[in-house]
Design a protein around this ligand. Structure first.
Ligand SMILES: NC(=O)c1ccc[n+]([C@@H]2O[C@H](COP(=O)([O-])OP(=O)(O)OC[C@H]3O[C@@H](n4cnc5c(N)ncnc54)[C@H](OP(=O)(O)O)[C@@H]3O)[C@@H](O)[C@H]2O)c1
Length: 307
């Protein structure tokens, strides 16, 4: 049996998911380190060993990764390529498991290269990881669909929601099903992967909190808040086109929300996984079959003082 993972370093740890992973790994008793670029001055307190490195500095990254059992990467959606040198360094340093920054749709789908570029860029990282298997570096790509509570909390219109204004844009019929996961469940799944090394070696893993539609989410929000939302309509394909145009202009900030929205609500299977796959992985990782939808929504609304 493989030695248990004890030393875990979160790579590109200065973002939103990085923070959630550092905190969850600490709670679960791992020896946690974190690396950010020198330009990011975030610190996680005395129990987390902080490192700074540029992400193309192979030698520094090898030195940082030496003695680590696993690297959990949380590079941003449009920053997948910054993992390339880190993967080379992890292999050279003798790291056993690398979790690339996936945490979204299924980038192993045939035809993913025709999706918006961030999906293909994430897939290219998995392809690069495959070339390192012979050096003893194993990998797991964790796919979770959209982040359920995150998009509700964000309040910028991602996936159509703006709960601060009590508004939603429904895409197409609003009945498109997709997989979605709370950040807590994403962290639980990542940690369970580190505790189930053999089953999760060199493979994609699919988990969720719910399979849901926009209309079902809207009904739950309206019922819990006791007020109707202002509804407008759009289509996933129009959102995706606008996002791609913005990206071509170099305007990632503007394009991000449309691109992500147009990709998640695409009726292809990018963010709607095979139910039996999800069920299989939840059993292996010992995750609850279903989370409590009302409970998760109420937690978001409470955080914002709306209930
Ligand atoms: N499924 C969903 O709904 C959903 C929602 C949100 C995020 N995600 C996924 O979760 C992962 C992490 O997302 P996040 O929102 O936490 O990321 P983020 O905060 O945007 O970025 C995370 C880190 O990536 C690094 N980074 C970003 N841009 C960079 C650049 N141009 N050059 C070099 N490094 C750069 C930074 O590292 P430093 O720490 O060095 O500054 C940053 O702190 C991504 O794969 C994202 O797609 C999924």
């Amino acid at each position: 049996m493989a030695q248990p993972i004890r030393n875990v370093i979160v790579f590109a740890a200065g973002g939103g998911l990085g923070r959630a992973f550092v905190e969850a790994l600490q709670r679960e008793g791992f020896n946690v380190s974190a690396v950010t670029r020198p330009s990011n001055s975030i610190s996680y307190g005395p129990d987390v060993t902080m490192h700074r490195s540029e992400y193309d500095d192979f030698d520094t990254l090898v030195a940082i990764f030496r003695g680590q059992d696993a690297v959990v990467s949380t590079t941003g959606t449009f920053a997948a390529k910054y993992q390339l040198t880190a993967i080379n360094a992890a292999a050279a340093a003798g790291v056993r498991r690398f979790l690339p920054s996936e945490y979204g749709g299924n980038t192993s789908l045939v035809g993913v290269t025709s999706y918006p570029p961030f999906a293909a860029e994430k897939k290219a990282i998995v392809d690069h990881l495959r070339t390192k298997e012979s050096q003893g570096l194993t990998w797991t790509a964790l796919c979770v669909g959209s982040f359920f509570s995150w998009v509700l909390e964000e309040g910028k219109g991602t996936l159509g929601w703006d709960i601060d204004k009590g508004e939603v844009t429904i895409y197409d019929s609003g009945d498109q099903e997709f997989d979605t996961t709370t950040v807590n469940q994403v962290a639980r799944a990542a940690i369970a992967i580190l505790r189930n090394l053999e089953e999760t070696k060199n493979t994609y893993v699919f988990v969720n909190s719910f399979v849901i539609t926009q209309n079902q989410t809207l009904s739950a929000l309206e019922r819990i808040q006791g007020k109707p939302y202002k509804v407008s309509h759009d289509s996933w394909s129009a959102a995706r086109s606008r996002g791609l145009e913005a990206l071509e202009r170099g305007d990632i900030e503007v394009g991000y929300h449309d691109l992500v929205t147009g990709t998640i609500y695409d009726p292809g299977h990018f963010a709607h996984f095979k139910a039996d796959e999800v069920s299989k992985w939840k059993k292996i990782l010992q995750l609850n079959e279903k989370e409590d939808l009302d409970g998760v929504i109420m937690e978001v609304l409470r955080k914002k003082n709306y209930i």
